[in-house]
Design a protein around this ligand. Structure first.
Ligand code: ASP
Length: 417
């Protein structure tokens, strides 16, 4: 069960029928546009992968496509001219939410650790707010927020990632654009500083949606992503976690990490307490576009080569402007088995669920108790943050000025006005 205190739906207050109608019309135009972008991308990719004997046909098809494309663009510009201005609502409304992982944080954490943890969540949220409040894209907002969380050793993502059973780190991440359904994922990275930037590169600069292992590292490095030594990811607390996990999982003990422990650990390299976990962010921007991003070191003592849900579109991350943007955290195998992130979106699209109904269905009916949590924002700006684990750290902000951050069951619902 998702206890009431652990799931919140933050509703927007858009009662004006006229605005809703205008949004619906604009929405349908946007849907047409986004499926056009998608179709054009697919056509481009198919054309480029056709066998050589079909080169002539391909060239012919390309010029025809181009002509039709220009004609269609002209028509689109003319027919949507009256809708190209966002409604007054969409000019000003943005929403962002992040999670710092599902788990079971004890309430006995020292106050200074709690303060530092909250500060980390809040700082990362601010990175996304800075983008959205200036009219920036949701894709850039979720990227900036996840980069901040990856750079913070508090979280199991980027610096601070957990150890696998062989004593080193493999990182997974993904990002998805709700406007185009384009997305990118990377799995098993070992030397990229910010996995989410590598995922973004897969989305922006490749024909693929998921790249793994050494090739993913090489692709990201060639694309300009900063590289680091494995020791960059080291934190004492993750090493201790591995020591505790190996015997429990009946795995061979390790006397040291698979690399030399760095000698120059700064004070922030060793955050106390089992605080942050996997990270994720979802956002709606003022242009009405949704985006989601997730990044993780996976699960402590995981098998070398294991890939979780976080780099997989539809499992740990999903975004569709017609429905919602979702980022999950928890037992990755369950999120993959049940396509959790896509399931939320599909329940909204096919079963006419509200965001809250779709999310609760996943957390209460599909996943098992203690499997994990998720955050989601829908195309109207409604938010859901919930978990079926004891805790999930989270924060959110709305362009109307509301902003909250919580670790346990602090109420996040807007105060009644
Ligand atoms: N979902 C992540 C994984 O299975 C872990 C987590 O969210 O805690 O890799």
């Amino acid at each position: 069960m998702v206890s009431a205190v652990h799931s919140e739906t933050i509703l927007n207050n858009w009662p004006l029928a006229a605005v809703t109608v205008a949004r619906r019309v604009a929405e349908s135009v946007r849907i047409r546009k986004s499926s056009m972008v998608r179709d054009a991308n697919r056509a481009k990719m198919m054309a480029e992968t056709l066998p050589p004997q079909r080169t002539f046909e391909r060239l012919h098809e390309r010029s025809c496509h181009r002509l039709w494309g220009y004609a269609f663009l002209l028509w689109l510009m003319m027919s949507t001219a009256s809708y190209s201005q966002p409604t007054s609502d969409s000019q000003s409304t943005w929403v962002i939410a992040l999670h710092g992982g599902a788990g079971a944080l004890p309430r006995s954490l020292p106050p200074e650790v709690v303060a530092r943890y909250r500060n980390s969540l809040d700082r990362a949220l601010q990175c996304g707010i800075d983008v959205l409040s200036k009219g920036g894209k949701s894709l850039d907002a979720v990227t900036a927020t996840v980069v901040a969380l990856e750079n913070d050793p508090m979280f199991n993502a980027g610096r601070g990632a957990v150890f696998n059973a062989r004593g080193f780190h493999e990182l997974d991440a993904s990002i998805m654009d709700g406007q185009t359904l384009e997305g990118g994922g990377v799995a098993g990275l070992q030397r990229i500083r910010n996995p989410i930037l590598a995922a973004r590169l897969v989305m922006d600069d490749s024909h693929h949606v998921l790249i793994s292992g050494e090739e993913a590292d090489a692709f990201a490095e060639n694309g300009g992503c900063a590289t680091v030594e494995q020791s960059y990811y080291y934190t004492e607390k993750r090493w201790q976690q591995l020591q505790r996990a190996l015997p429990l999982m009946k795995l061979d003990p390790l006397s040291s990490p698979a690399y030399p422990i760095p000698t120059d650990l700064g004070p922030d390299n060793n955050p106390e307490g089992d605080t942050g976990e996997t990270v994720g962010c979802v956002a709606l921007d003022v242009h009405g576009n949704l985006a989601a991003a997730t990044s993780t070191g996976g699960r402590t003592a995981k098998r070398f080569g294991r890939i979780g849900d976080s780099p997989i579109l539809g499992a740990g991350t999903y975004a569709d402007n017609n429905t919602a943007a979702i980022s999950g955290t928890g037992i990755g195998e369950e999120y993959i088995r049940h396509s959790i992130a896509a399931r939320v979106s599909l329940r909204m699209e096919l079963a006419n669920n509200t965001l809250e109904e779709a999310c609760k269905n996943c957390l209460e009916q599909v996943l098992r108790p203690n499997d994990g949590g998720l955050i989601a924002v829908d195309y109207e700006g409604n938010l859901f943050l919930g978990t079926n684990t004891p805790t999930m750290s989270r924060a959110w902000a709305h362009s109307d000025g509301r902003r909250e951050c919580a670790i346990w069951d602090e109420p996040l619902l807007p105060k009644s006005n």
